[in-house]
Design a binder for this molecule. Structure first.
Ligand code: ACO
Length: 399
């Protein structure tokens, strides 16, 4: 029974569910998640199989179109995305370079994505399919360019234009790290690792940022504005900031010998094990298993992240401890992703940005689905708990 039908059956009956813990806000055919069994599928395809055999751009197509592309469809898709990687010079020169010299790259990204809506006047035309698809392609194509530009500005390095002879992830790494001509070619293992991480982060059903995307999108705002809202949700430490918190926690622990004492302090209520636990997963996060394998491949190229041994010890102790077992607290996707990003040279501030780039395809898939469902504007009610009716008191009579 839909919510609208409930309203007819039981007028005046509402459900009080402040953090939407027991509310299905929509029906969706994009991502299947079984938190008890640790299962994640995009459009029916297990995440393990996609991570093994697919690429991020193919997964983005799958999320948006519901089917894996044929060779011809994929070539066109890749061509269209590559064609749109450049950003308007004013976005960079006047907008991004207008930020304070030490601006946080995620703050810059939130604002820059919102600003894009003013550069594409057809963005408002969300029920024209041609225009809608163009905005989708623009957003997926430009996110890495904006992300790299934000990073380079925040460390005082000059902007690097996209190299469209490179694939999506290789192009992003080139924009991030290139220092001299003729071109920057990242190690293929690192390119593939980033591609895998992007696939793992592409969608996760109705998480906080996707909900923000759907809620803002339900007002029929343009996709850039809705995506900016989703980015803003991801900026929060409880969502996109968890892998940064993991690195800070491992650094604070400092050595393997300190792990048992740290775990005890968490059990005593002093903080949480960052990268552990999940609202939906009450089992090992399937993405964490894949990431662990990817980490080994990356460290073979970059050298081992010195924090890895602490992370492994922490996992070993926690998984054997009744406190964590009884609460079904397992490592989540963020427990190892930060270690990989750090080994690849990304500063901590870039971690939420690295999450936003691939999640853009998931956000857009949900936005399209929501528009196609002709959904009503998201407008929850509340339980009012304020004052009863009062009479106005003139200022000179207030105590
Ligand atoms: N370390 C220690 N104890 C924990 C942890 C943790 N990481 N997570 C939950 N618990 C405990 C709580 O203290 C609580 O114990 P209690 O029943 O004795 O009070 C119990 O487990 C349930 O915790 P809740 O907060 O009710 O669980 P919720 O589903 O609301 O929280 C969350 C999920 C926010 C992810 C939580 O597990 C957490 O804070 N984890 C650490 C941060 C993190 O890794 N976030 C990334 C999530 S993945 C993502 O966003 C991509």
């Amino acid at each position: 029974v839909s919510a609208a039908e409930w309203q007819k059956l039981l007028p005046g009956i509402w459900f009080f569910d402040p953090a939407f813990m027991a509310t299905a806000a929509c029906d969706s055919a994009i991502t299947y998640l079984d938190g008890e069994a640790g299962i994640l599928r995009y459009r029916g395809y297990p995440i393990e199989e996609l991570a093994e055999r697919s690429t991020y751009l193919e997964v983005a197509y799958l999320l948006l179109h519901g089917e894996l592309p044929t060779a011809e469809q994929f070539e066109q898709w890749k061509h269209d995305i590559t064609y749109h990687t450049f950003i308007h010079e004013n976005v960079r020169k006047r907008f991004l370079e207008g930020f304070h010299y030490d601006a946080h790259p995620m703050g810059m990204l939130v604002s820059a994505v919102a600003a894009l809506s003013t550069f594409y006047l057809d963005a408002k035309d969300i029920f024209n399919l041609e225009s809608r698809n163009k905005q989708i392609i623009r957003l997926i194509a430009k996110m890495p360019t904006l992300a790299a530009a934000a990073h380079r500005f925040s460390v005082g390095m000059p902007f690097v234009y996209p190299d469209n002879s490179l694939d999506y992830c290789a192009n992003f790494l080139s924009m991030m790290w290139k220092v001299a001509e003729p071109r920057y070619e990242a190690h293929p293992t690192l390119v593939r690792a980033l591609d895998i991480l992007f696939m793992l982060h592409a969608d996760h059903e109705q998480n906080c940022s996707t909900t923000a995307m759907r809620v803002v999108g339900s007002s029929h705002a343009d996709p850039y504005s809705a995506c900016a809202a989703a980015c803003a949700a991801l900026y929060g430490p409880r969502h996109g900031g968890a892998n940064e918190a993991v690195i800070r926690m491992l650094t604070q622990i400092g050595s393997m010998e300190n792990v048992p004492a740290f775990v005890e302090s968490v059990k005593q209520g002093h903080g949480r094990l960052q990268g552990f636990g999940h609202r939906v997963y009450k089992n090992y996060d399937p993405r964490a298993k894949i990431i662990k394998r990817t980490a080994d491949e990356v460290f073979a190229v970059t050298g081992k992240n010195p924090l890895l041994d602490i992370a492994l010890k922490l996992e070993e102790i926690a998984l054997a401890d009744e406190y964590f077992v009884s609460r079904k607290l397992y490592p989540n996707v963020d427990f190892y992703s930060g270690l990989i990003y750090q080994a690849m040279g990304f500063p901590l501030e870039m971690f939420p940005v690295l999450f936003a780039i691939p999640r853009t395809s998931g956000w857009l898939a949900h936005w399209v689905e929501m528009l196609d469902q002709d959904s009503k504007i998201a407008r929850p009610r509340q339980i009012y708990s304020g004052a009863e009716k009062r009479d106005y008191v003139p200022m000179d009579q207030r105590s």
